[in-house]
Design a protein around this ligand. Structure first.
Ligand code: C5P
Length: 237
């Protein structure tokens, strides 16, 4: 049975500042999305990569991938995305061929995840876990607040015990049928989640955490681009 990776790459990336869609911004001269596709293709376990492009950008993304070298054995498909990350992932899942039993969902915005992290997630799914997320302990203490008007001080409601918290990354790995069920349930209930594992939790299916990696950080704000360039430069040194 084969494993596929779905890469939602349809976001505008407004927090990064003005410019092209985030996934198409260059890192070390190569679009972030190409790094993310290569990071998935680097795992010998991944035989298909489904890229979810901006709704009107599928032809452009297809050209981009044709221009950049990917491993010979990697098959890829490009499909148009939706208005939210969740819709984009669902559209990617809809495109999977029947023989795919395990699925990774990986943000294009995490271009530098090391192959060992990818392999560890796939392995845990193949060992029988229906849902696996890579995650790291937090450096910052986290407060729950009562969100107020912008610029106004916000009352603190609680402080979760930091040692029990994890910041989750991608690729998150799933038994295909479990993830499809989770997305279908949400399509009906209208409830959302900020990651795919969150949807699976809502089904009552157990989710487990494996160690993530510092270099799997999400490129969200301008400072993240500086860090990503530095990581790439160090790898190339
Ligand atoms: O905006 P954020 O950084 O949370 O996006 C996470 C990932 O989801 C990115 O790779 C982004 O391209 C993708 N996304 C998407 N479709 C959307 C919004 C975000 O594929 N409508």
């Amino acid at each position: 049975s084969r494993t596929a990776a779905v890469i939602p790459a349809a976001g505008r990336g407004v927090r990064l500042g003005p410019g092209a869609p985030k996934a198409l911004r260059a890192l070390g001269g190569t679009p972030m999305l190409v790094h993310a596709v290569r990071a998935m293709a680097a795992s010998r376990q991944v035989s298909l990569v489904v890229i979810v492009a901006p709704p009107d950008g599928a032809p452009e993304v297809r050209n981009l991938l044709d221009e950049h070298a990917l491993p010979e054995r990697t098959e890829f498909l490009v499909v148009p995305g939706g208005g939210t990350r969740q819709e984009s992932v669902k559209l990617g899942l809809d495109a999977l061929p029947a023989d795919i039993r395990a699925v990774l969902v990986h943000d294009a915005a995490r271009p530098l995840v090391p192959v060992d992290t990818v392999d560890a997630v796939v392995e845990a799914v193949r060992d029988g876990a229906p849902a696996v997320v890579p995650a790291l302990p937090l450096a910052d203490t986290v407060k729950e607040v009562e969100p107020g008007a912008p610029g106004e001080p916000e009352p603190v409601l609680s402080t979760p015990v930091r040692s029990r918290l994890r910041a989750v990354q991608t690729p998150q790995g799933f038994d295909r049928d479990t993830l499809v069920r989770a997305h279908e349930r949400v399509a009906v209930s209208g409830e959302g989640a900020t990651d795919d594992a969150g949807l699976v939790e809502q089904l009552g299916v157990p989710v487990v955490v494996v160690p993530g990696h510092e270099e799997a950080f999400k490129v969200t704000r301008p400072l993240d681009l500086v860090l990503a360039e530095a990581v790439l430069a160090r790898r190339r040194a």
